[in-house]
Design a protein around this ligand. Sequence first.
Ligand SMILES: [Zn+2]
Ligand SMILES: [Zn+2]
Length: 402
Amino acid sequence: MTQNTAKLVFWGVRGSTPTLERDTWRYGGNTACLEFLAPGGTRFILDCGTGLRMLGNRLRAPNNHWAESHEAIEAHVLVTHYHWDHIQGIPFFQPFFEIQNRFHFCSFESESLGRHSLRQVLEAQLAKPYFPVDVTTMKSMRTFREVTGGEEWEIEGTRIRTAWLNHPQGCLGYRLETTAGSVVYATDNEPGVPELDENLRKLAEGADVLVYDAQYSPEQLATIRKGWGHSSWLEGVKIAREAKVGHLVLFHHDPDSSSRTIDGFLSAARQEFPATWAAMEGMSINLSERGVNLKLPDARLGQRRRLRFSATVSGLCDDGRAFEEKATVRDLSVQGAYLYLHSRPRLQSELRVVIEATGDESHSSVLSLRGAVVYCESGREKNQNGVGVVFVEDSGLESPRD
Ligand SMILES: [Zn+2]
Ligand SMILES: [Zn+2]
């Protein structure tokens, strides 16, 4: 990256444990892992949850092609604490196992582990009987630095600052300050200890982006989840306002929060602090003199088809105004369907469904979908079978440009 731009990428946004449930897919199921690219190209990795595996794959295959010659990778790995959801990706990060790569780890000395805590964590994760190969197979060069709250230092032009957060067994918040902008990563924090609350506000003061723990609803935080070491969107909003941050990103989603639940937290937070976002796997934020620019991943899970339908679309504009207008749907992704069939397709077999679209005489639109049979029950309707199908993406589909 040659321009004065920094980039923050979200590889894992879930708290506590990874999720695979379909209703969590839209925001993502991997646990905490962020990548920060400073203006000079220095790479930081914030936490090593299961999202780290995806980052490793991307570093090895930047254009979805596995790199032939493995260029050396160097990164500064800042770990907030040692709970599973922040370290579990370590054994699955391929670049750790390659001799040409260099990693500079940074975390704190844990009371339970003593000196060289993070080094011990790494070795323990790859110890028998937890993992098939031991830590000697991790061929990359690794250095370890132990810091505490309130420290400040510089790495290749990026100022790093830490603050203690309120979390069982301790947790560090990090601020990364560059010429392109500043990011504060403060996850796993329960409000209510005045000194630590104050620390966090100082750490976040005037930051362009604050990534904050919003695991629970304000009601859960006040009742059944009090003392669990986490926070809510409402606390995030308060900190964002008081510390005058530019953008608030709700992070560390509860494994039991569906995408709809997170939608609800986000819209409630936006009522109070409009520049709020909900962290999503694959989301990236660019920081530059022009401000903060957020990009979401392609969230369409089903197979996409080019079409031309007219539709009435209503929603909210950037400035919060409601709109409704006639529009043309140019492509559509569909996840699945429930059909009645005389035939009885085999489970896990392939099914092709062709739907002829009507209602627009000037264009004949045919929706051709390939799917896998996931459900079949006999005799639902007039001796027909009820068949569930999940559509799968055809490879090599181009997206419409017009
Ligand atoms: Zn956590
Ligand atoms: Zn934790």
